[in-house]
Design a protein around this ligand. Structure first.
Ligand code: NAG
Ligand code: NAG
Ligand code: NAG
Ligand code: NAG
Length: 286
């Protein structure tokens, strides 16, 4: 995958999206009124549910910033999310540039990505907990917004070619006029594995230096060519990385792909936090 250079460059240049920008708009409105259907949706999980976190963190890379999280999400939370979304799956959409078209567009493009996606209602009890958990992970860093969690499912042969999770402002403008003045970009990406019942399906970062030879191979490992990092689907665990430099520009070292599933099924969840360009990046002394 890393050796097919031109699709990589192409895809990075169109800044493939992981979700519908339209959903972002819906998120903004749902964020304003959280009260709606919390009662109904929470029936899926016990009343004793408490939003606690007891994960552990392992550093993967200091620069760029990448960490691995063990037990980011609990079994009951995973089961709840899978039950909640069981009728909500649809072909995943991406931001892409059709052949012979000047402008990028948004929709299903199986040549780029042929997985299925399901959006978790923002007001769901577990979704709210996960958003809070993600904000807490950011701690002292700026963290106004976390996008609605989106689940993604890959089965036989499905994959997502190399892409960035960031949204390129000029391309986004073509998609929706509201984004002309888009004052933010995705700071952190968390990819959480909800189901690891598969072979293949690793998350592959071709430009990250491989981990040491004695790393826990059941979680992450070097690619066979010794270039890049492979993260294996492991239920409950997550890989988290920072997409932006401190000056707000996109750090393309975080380009990544979901490698093809050879057998079984992978289900993951994306969580994205937003950085607003008019705020300083916490921790930048310059
Ligand atoms: C799937 O996508 C189609 C076409 O956009 C839409 O009509 C349908 O409502 C979607 N289904 C779900 C479950 O979101
Ligand atoms: C997804 O795309 C890959 C690569 O082209 C292909 O091998 C696979 O059969 C596709 N799967 C589906 C379900 O479209
Ligand atoms: C932002 O910072 C990165 C990393 O230091 C640098 O490569 C890039 O040129 C900077 N971009 C701008 C617009 O200053
Ligand atoms: C794992 O996936 C296989 C093939 O999709 C399926 O037959 C099996 O029931 C799955 N097992 C679990 C525990 O999900």
């Amino acid at each position: 995958m890393g050796n097919s250079k031109s699709p990589l460059v192409f895809l990075m240049s169109v800044a493939v999206l992981l979700l519908s920008l339209a959903r972002v708009g819906r998120w903004i409105s749902s964020h304003i009124s959280l009260q709606s259907s919390v009662e109904a949706k929470s029936a899926l999980i016990t009343e004793r549910y408490s939003c606690r976190q007891d994960y552990t963190v392992e550093i993967i890379s200091f620069d760029p910033w990448v960490i691995y999280i063990n037990n980011f999400i609990k079994e009951e939370e995973i089961n709840h999310l899978l039950e909640l979304t069981k009728d909500a799956w649809n072909s995943s959409e991406v931001f892409y540039k059709p052949q012979d078209h000047e402008d990028a567009t948004f929709g299903v493009d199986k040549n780029t990505r042929n997985s299925s996606s399901a959006f978790v209602p923002h007001e769901d009890l577990v979704a709210r907990c996960l958003l809070k958990r993600t904000k807490q992970l950011l701690g002292n860093a700026q963290h106004e917004n976390v996008e609605t969690p989106q689940l993604v499912r890959y089965t036989g042969g499905e994959r997502f070619r190399p892409h960035m999770d960031t949204i390129e402002p000029t391309k986004a403008t073509n998609f929706h006029p509201d984004y002309t003045e888009r004052p933010w970009n995705r700071l952190l990406s968390a990819f959480v594995y909800l189901n690891d019942n598969c072979t293949g399906g690793e998350t592959y970062f071709p430009r990250l230096t491989g981990v040491g030879a004695d790393a826990d191979g059941s979680k992450f490992s070097r690619a066979a060519n010794r270039q890049g990092l492979l993260v294996k689907p492991k239920r409950g665990n997550a890989i988290v990385w920072k997409n932006l430099f401190n000056n707000g520009s996109v750090d393309e070292r975080l380009v990544h792909a979901s490698l093809a599933i050879r057998s079984g099924e992978k289900v993951g969840m994306n969580l994205f936090t937003w950085h607003y360009f008019d705020s300083p990046m916490v921790g930048d002394a310059s």
